[in-house]
Write a protein that binds this ligand. Sequence first.
Ligand SMILES: NC(=O)C1=CN([C@@H]2O[C@H](COP(=O)(O)OP(=O)(O)OC[C@H]3O[C@@H](n4cnc5c(N)ncnc54)[C@H](OP(=O)(O)O)[C@@H]3O)[C@@H](O)[C@H]2O)C=CC1
Ligand SMILES: O=C(O)[C@@H]1CCC=N1
Length: 265
Amino acid sequence: MTTVAVIGGGVMGETLVAGMLRNGWDAGDVAIAEKRADHAATLRDRHGVEVGDIDAVVRSADVVALVVKPQDLPAVLGEVAAHLAPSALVVSLAAGVTTETIEAALAPGTPVVRVMPNTPAQVGAGTAAISPGAHPSEQHLELVEQLMAAVGHVVRVPESQQDAVTAVSGSGPAYVFLVAEAMIEAGVHLGLPRATATELAVHTVRGAATLLDESGTHPALLREQVTSPAGTTAAALRALEDHGLRSAFLAALEAARDRSRELAG
Ligand SMILES: NC(=O)C1=CN([C@@H]2O[C@H](COP(=O)(O)OP(=O)(O)OC[C@H]3O[C@@H](n4cnc5c(N)ncnc54)[C@H](OP(=O)(O)O)[C@@H]3O)[C@@H](O)[C@H]2O)C=CC1
Ligand SMILES: O=C(O)[C@@H]1CCC=N1
């Protein structure tokens, strides 16, 4: 069986480990390196996997997944490089950081795959885009697809698209949560009890996402189906357009893409 070391047991690292274990990976084949001692103990208790120092978990790993913040990656790469097995595959989930940068810190020829996941992976509904660096084989890519499929949907993209991917799907859940939050607050302003507004907003977001996914229909057509002539939806959509919703999204995604580029270092 393939052994996997996850470096960084925070939000995304723990999500990946939990998904792997849910999907039949043996706890004995998964290990985590986590800097915070109290959290390391929690991870060990929650998942029953080895939690150790980078050198210990990397040495015996076939796959090393880098799941620390981009700012922590240079230091982590130095430690990983010193202990990486010669045939190991390195998978980076760090926003912005290019495979070229990671390859430069590792032994020549090390296969590196860049992944942009997102947090719905916590419920097995993630979206991950993967891109090979210079050295991965087709088998390496299939292995990363298998790994990320444990937490959701996987697509392959050229690495040149990863900053835009980060803006759409990596950060994307936050935009949807903000919309849900705004709908709840607005419902409360209109006089609904908070619990009712929350239940309505959550189920509406879920229902709309399911309809969009399962119908295969363009969102503009689905929006038209809701919009009666001179009705309530038309009034609401006009207010959203008047407040610059589309241009706000364009500016937001450009900002996320630009920040991803900056994180490349
Ligand atoms: N959260 C998200 O929605 C997404 C995150 N990502 C990427 O995933 C990566 C991780 O993000 P996220 O999980 O949110 O971040 P977190 O801060 O939750 O997790 C990172 C963890 O790594 C630990 N860490 C830092 N340095 C080391 C080290 N030397 N050895 C072991 N552990 C270490 C951190 O400890 P400490 O806190 O003490 O520093 C922290 O617990 C980032 O690069 C991010 O860009 C990608 C897509 C989505
Ligand atoms: O905000 C971030 O930088 C990370 C990457 C995408 C989602 N969260």
